[in-house]
Design a protein around this ligand. Sequence first.
Ligand SMILES: Nc1ncnc2c1ncn2[C@@H]1O[C@H](COP(=O)(O)OP(=O)(O)O)[C@@H](O)[C@H]1O
Ligand SMILES: [Mg+2]
Length: 316
Amino acid sequence: MATQAAELVFDEATKQYPDRPEPAVDRLSLTVPAGEICVLVGPSGGGKTTALKLVNRLIPLTSGDIRIDGRSINDQDVTELRRSIGYVIQQVGLFPHMTVEANIGTVPRLYGRSRQWIRERTAELLELVGLDPSYAKRYPAQLSGGQRQRVGLARALAANPPLMLMDEPYSAIDPIVRARLQDEFLRLQRELRKTVLFVTHDIDEAIKVGDRIAILREGGRLAQYDTPENILLKPADEFVAQFVGADRALKALSLRTLGQISLRPGTWLDGLPQIDASTNLRDALGFLLAGGSDRAIVVDDDGNPLGTVTPEDIVR
Ligand SMILES: Nc1ncnc2c1ncn2[C@@H]1O[C@H](COP(=O)(O)OP(=O)(O)O)[C@@H](O)[C@H]1O
Ligand SMILES: [Mg+2]
């Protein structure tokens, strides 16, 4: 499947709802490079959903502009614009009276794709999002919440859009399934390399899935737009520091794995617990503290020892 991605630019984008004293989104400017995941995060009412819906013109801009690959959204036919953008929401919004295949085929049908094409594409997409192709003939009511969310993602990907908008897609899903969906989404993204604008109110989710994070404060004003590492280690102001939490140094540990730090020699030591090099530093620290061990042997995928690590090495 050929893939493509578009650059997304917010240029002083502003939304003022009628009869409201303050704008919901206030002169938002940021650039999402093609192929990156930008997470919009912030408190409830901060203007995240509004900012997202400005992009596919579900809500009209009051002033400013939004450009996709250099082209203003207002210069495009609104139907064409929406078809070229994948949209995934928390409530999923599958048509209940239609099968999974018919749901996934919604946009391709509008483009005049044949039944055969849609059938093959559905099977391919279901596999991609981690569902057995036999689900094509089921109805939404026969699926769990997590499965419905997977179908929603498959439907958004069906026309291979260069840009995806995702509004709290996993917020209503229980934590274990949510973690799995996040992992699968990241695996998928490594393959597809779409440009993604992903909204969440959960800073941990933002850190996990974002290449960059935009923090919105009340009134839809951008507080910081930066890499997860800089958001955690160099918060721009007190609002950001509060929002990311007092444990931000600990959260920053989750951004690196044991394989990315220098280890001590001493792989011959017997009787020490073993830990995979792919473990992130936060989990590794938890592992050492929970086991009451002051040292562990780090092993690669094949179980070969690479060196040892102590809690002090991790914190440093
Ligand atoms: N259709 C609307 N009309 C008037 N005000 C709205 C409308 N939709 C949202 N708002 C207001 O705009 C602000 C931002 O809302 P929203 O974008 O939904 O925030 P978030 O997604 O970050 O929770 C809130 O104060 C909300 O009450
Ligand atoms: Mg919202």
